[in-house]
Design a protein around this ligand. Sequence first.
Ligand SMILES: Cc1cc2nc3c(=O)[nH]c(=O)nc-3n(C[C@H](O)[C@H](O)[C@H](O)COP(=O)(O)OP(=O)(O)OC[C@H]3O[C@@H](n4cnc5c(N)ncnc54)[C@H](O)[C@@H]3O)c2cc1C
Length: 462
Amino acid sequence: MHSFSGRKLRVAIVGGGIGGLTCAAALKDCDNIELDLFEAAAKFIAIGAGIVTWPRTWSIFEALGLNEEMLERIKRMDPCEEDATPTNLHRQQLLDLLLEHLPFHCQVHFGHRLVSCREYEDRRGCGVELHFRNGVTLDGYDLVIGADGLKSVVRQTVIAQSRSWTGLDASVKDLEFSPNMTKEEHCHLGRRHDILYTGQSAFRGLVPREKLAALYPDHRALRTSTIYCGKSKHVVVYPISNGEIVNVVAFFSDSQSGSPVILETTGSSSPQNKQVPTDAVVNMYPGWEDEVVDLLKVQLQMLEKPTIWPILDLNPLETYATSRIALLGDASHSMSPHLGAGACTAIEDAYILGSLISRSKLNTIIDIKRVLAVYNTLRQPYGNEIMRWAREMGEFYEFDSQDIQVDEIVDSLVNEATEEQMSKFRKGTEKYWSWPVRAAGTIGEDLRRGQEMLNEAKLGAL
Ligand SMILES: Cc1cc2nc3c(=O)[nH]c(=O)nc-3n(C[C@H](O)[C@H](O)[C@H](O)COP(=O)(O)OP(=O)(O)OC[C@H]3O[C@@H](n4cnc5c(N)ncnc54)[C@H](O)[C@@H]3O)c2cc1C
């Protein structure tokens, strides 16, 4: 049995986004660990303006000693008073705070884009080897944490290993995507095509308050968050930066059936971000209320080159961990944005994994395997489920969900919606937005469950 006695455990985190940095912060008390964090970019960067956080997220900030500083920075004294109340954070503020709390024993390596990794067991011993685009190769890692986002390279190794465990290679070798394929075939195909196009795309843009107010002084987007819903389209608007800016995201679906289209990450047929003429955007919402069309017009004036963004998620992974490698955040469950859950789920993964590692005495490879098995048991079903809810929420908003019948909607678009129809819609929306409550218990309870599993594992159950 490989033992680490007499030397420190070597841990690598790949990816310095919100997930990778939170994981590093959660390892702050681990002086038995030599920690390297590899980031592809030349510095830490915040993608997007805001993120939504929930009570579970704030309990993590508290555990990491970040909550008071965060409250100070966002100048809000009542985060998440109720179970399902979100708090909007500026992404850069969160990133800055995490950076200030990086542990001293964490060495950051910028400009290190991982191109492959593999577990080995040979005459050198055993561990994980990392190859970077800049030509650097490093080996001897006891544990690698893949926090490298949607297009995760670490994920490829985890998928390849889980495939080899179940011996599915031969059966999926010649499988090609078809809309009529069975769920099982689709799942098999996902082992080769892990990123999925949800069938939805979006235009995003920020509108200064005064521009909208000049055209439309009473526009509700100046005061409140609103989601405008229509068949196969919806538009999300909410004020940010103390109401000085209105964030507008206009979604539309181009997949009639709602079936996912397989995105070849390297192929030419991928739905890529593409620029389109302004008129094309407005023409996509014919017959919509003036307040939506005017908002889109102002939004488009602000954008030099309107760009369509495909909304992507992942084919659900069978496992988030091998014996020495764990995935977290978007690397394991990159999800569509309809629940505002991506960043906080990454924070939860990172904190739970970091806490399990720091609470366990990792003396042998068996100990690492146990911790990763417990992490996987806690997080894989949760991550996959929330990713599915996020996709379903998007379909629901656009009346493409089985929960809302299309003919009822067409009827309510032509005539006034009846109270019964509205009540059905409200109930559906509440069902999806209750996820922070449905997401079973608190982070503390999850960790207690994890500790119990680890104790049982020590007795030989895993
Ligand atoms: C425009 C936009 C708006 C969003 N809005 C919200 C929101 O309001 N609420 C919400 O909850 N979520 C939101 N999300 C989703 C959220 O940003 C992600 O779920 C979250 O950032 C995931 O964190 P992560 O650390 O797992 O991945 P990322 O934030 O993607 O970080 C991955 C890191 O890994 C690095 N990296 C990538 N590949 C490699 C490699 N090969 N080698 C080394 N480093 C690598 C990247 O440079 C990056 O720093 C939004 C996403 C986008 C794109």
